[in-house]
Design a protein around this ligand. Structure first.
Ligand code: FES
Ligand SMILES: [Fe+2]
Length: 453
């Protein structure tokens, strides 16, 4: 495919284009990042655990997975396993998944329902609210060993937009403060109304940040996603930052990459997009520029038909992919009808592996003709009513088909990055303005690692 040589342009022309990139008015550095060992060193991994993971708010799961009192699920964050439970109608609690007798884990399932947790080793038992229920043969323990009636160890737990966040640090700021400007920016998507319709979890052979980095920039799309750049503009993103490391970029859809020199014709991918919006591609042959305005109108009608609220949304929010990042490890590709949620988690012991979780959450709808648009990659026939059981969690291996074409294209290339950053010949990371969100995110990351947060 032909590509435009953007980098080779004269500086003054490049400066004009830089303004067109809509870089947020935020001060970020411009130097080479020389700390590439953060992608592979065990020492860095330990520092990350102490300074970041055990101090920051992270998403454990969705409120819709705790509908009834007694519902619980587990969340594995590095070396910790955490139980999140609905202990009362109006109460969600998070506990370390560990028995206070000799430290066995209490449960090893992803989801469960029970009013108590019975340790599988010697059957000590806790109530769903974490209080001690029973010590087997209590009379055989010295009084001073058990007189504190040990409850489960609890950690902080708060919710926003249907997401349940946990934090191991009792001194961390409240979630609303941590999220800074993000909730206002995302309010119109009404994610609190969405239900889980797809749930994949993959073990990926690279550091969690190698994976995350790739989902915070569109710069690699022309190289890694040839199909995608025939249906998005991969160059003219808008970027915004919200404080505390959170940021977003708007990915223009219903148009093709400016790297493709021929401007007026359609691509097969655009024809598919047009069709999926209920329009006739033949009406737009050689009228590429007309696709986007027509798609915005069609999208507005489509959302109205299925009762999806877009009140107050801009055309960009209706038509484009709003790619948000919740520091440190979440990306959300937001559309009015649903959000592709990605969660990047550190491996318990190996800095060169991570867990890559991919969920789709969607506004429920009971009309039999209601389907997720093709770009959400939700299999046809998926229950979108929100009334049935939540989908099974699919565990897939790196390279398996289940994730879909685009995400597998990312998965295929990233082990080469993991291998390359370890080279003695690699002299540091050089970031463009198209990768400004990485710079913004790593400046916050550095503040945590230096203990300034
Ligand atoms: S380790 Fe849990 S009851 Fe013994
Ligand atoms: Fe990608």
């Amino acid at each position: 495919m032909a590509t435009r040589e953007i980098d080779a342009e004269k500086p003054v022309e490049r400066a004009a284009k830089k303004r067109a990139l809509n870089i947020p008015p935020v001060k970020v550095g411009d130097g080479i990042l020389h700390d590439q060992e953060k992608y592979y060193s065990r020492e860095f991994m330990d520092r990350e655990w102490e300074s970041l993971w055990s101090r920051v708010w992270t998403i454990a799961g969705r409120l819709t997975d705790l509908k009834r009192v007694g519902d619980w699920f587990t969340y594995k964050l590095g070396k910790e396993s955490i139980i999140i439970a609905r202990s009362a109608e109006d109460r969600i609690q998070a506990f370390y998944n560990v028995c206070q007798h000799r430290g066995s884990q209490l449960v090893n399932q992803d989801f469960g329902h029970s009013m108590s947790f019975v340790c599988p080793f010697h059957t000590w038992t806790w109530n769903i609210d974490g209080s001690l229920k029973r010590i087997t043969d209590a009379e055989t323990f010295p009084e001073r060993t058990i007189c504190d009636k040990p409850g489960l160890s609890e950690m902080r737990c708060e919710t926003w937009a249907g997401f349940i966040f946990v934090n191991m640090d009792d001194n961390a700021p409240p979630l609303s403060e941590f999220l800074a400007g993000l909730p206002d920016a995302m309010a119109l998507y009404k994610m609190e109304d969405m239900v889980v319709v797809k749930d994949y979890s993959v073990n990926w052979p690279m550091n969690w940040k190698i994976s995350l980095d790739a989902f915070m920039e569109g710069y690699h799309a022309h190289a890694r996603h040839p199909e995608l750049v025939r249906m998005i503009d991969d160059y003219n993103f808008d970027y915004e930052v919200f404080g505390n490391g959170h940021s977003m970029m708007t990915i223009p859809m219903w148009t093709k990459s400016p790297r493709i020199p021929e401007r007026s014709g359609l691509t097969d991918e655009l024809r598919l997009s047009i069709q999926s919006a209920g329009m006739d591609p033949s009406e737009f042959e050689n009228r590429q520029a007309d696709v986007r305005p027509a798609a915005i109108e069609a999208r507005r009608k489509w959302t109205e038909r299925f009762g999806i609220s877009i009140e107050g949304m801009t055309d960009d929010q209706v038509a484009d992919d709003g790619n948000y990042n919740i520091f440190p490890n979440i990306t959300l590709n937001a559309h009015p009808e649903g959000v592709l949620v990605m969660r990047f988690l550190p491996h318990p012991t190996d800095p060169e592996q991570c867990t890559y979780d991919v969920w789709v959450i969607a506004k429920p709808g009971s009309d039999p003709e209601y389907e997720m648009p093709f770009y959400m990659a939700v299999p046809p026939g998926t229950d979108l009513t929100g009334e049935g059981p939540r989908p099974e969690r699919n565990y897939v291996e790196h390279g398996d088909e289940g994730l879909g074409l685009v995400l597998n294209q990312d998965g295929d290339s990233l082990p080469m990055v993991q291998a390359g950053v370890k080279s003695r010949g690699f002299r540091g990371v050089r970031l463009s303005d198209q990768e400004v969100r990485l710079r913004y995110m790593y400046e916050e990351y550095d503040r945590y690692l230096k203990g300034e947060k």
